[in-house]
Design a protein. Sequence first.
Length: 301
Amino acid sequence: MEIGWHLSAPSGAFSMPDPQIAVLQFNPVHGAVSENRARSVALLAKAAAAGANIAVLPECAITGYVFDSVGQLMPLAETLQGKTVAAWSDAARTHNLWVIGGLIEEHEDVLYNAAVVISPDGACRRYRKLHLWNFERDLYDPGGSMLLVDTPWGKVGLAICYDLWFPELMRAMALAGATLVVLPTNWAGNPRHRDPFDAHGLPMGCHMAIAAACANEITIAVADRTGAEGDLSFLGSSCIVGPDGRFRAGPASRDEDAILLAPWVDPAATRSVGQSHLASRRSDIYNVSVLPGSSAPREDI
């Protein structure tokens, strides 16, 4: 198990001690729900022991990712009252930890690629992936709203994997007050590309995280998985990127379990003097609003 330690934010960045974010990378066993659940709980305990205040698990962390049909997936899906949310809630209370993790949600016979955020008192909020990738559209209904959650350190926005490819969502969450966006992820190689890693050893997802973090002055925490399912090979490379667009932790290995730890950085601590990207927007020229159905206020993007 690899644990990455990285520089703390400058003192005074938050009124409370700088919160530590952990991204937890592992290879879920396809269809082995009980085994994956137990493994995720063990990883949460290790993250807490390493000093984490917030821990992020991958997308579809309990079931695996590649399924041929709704019928194949339905027996593995859970409601928010199911065993996985209960286990993660127990871990959150036991370790005084904010837990974010991806799971397949069943609600009224409809499936969603979802993530939950659970506070240390066990309260649970749910986000459903807005932008479904490839075969996901045959399995799931898309979500209908953004989710931002208040924590003692500020607002956290939730997104899942392919959501990162849509700058409108990242900008909307930043304008709604999020200074951290967490992404349970299953980055996989594009079958049309022989090598999904560039000359620097980075997958495209890392570049997307860097761009979104820097452009919106937010910290982005990505928890990916490893391994392979069907024709897909997963890319690992979990990372935490600060609001200056620099890696604070990672990228992790392509194929090994990892716990990476880094601080949630106050954007003001990394901003050039007198310069804010968000404050420099020309909303007198362009005017794109937060979509209806969002819980966030309508503001110019």
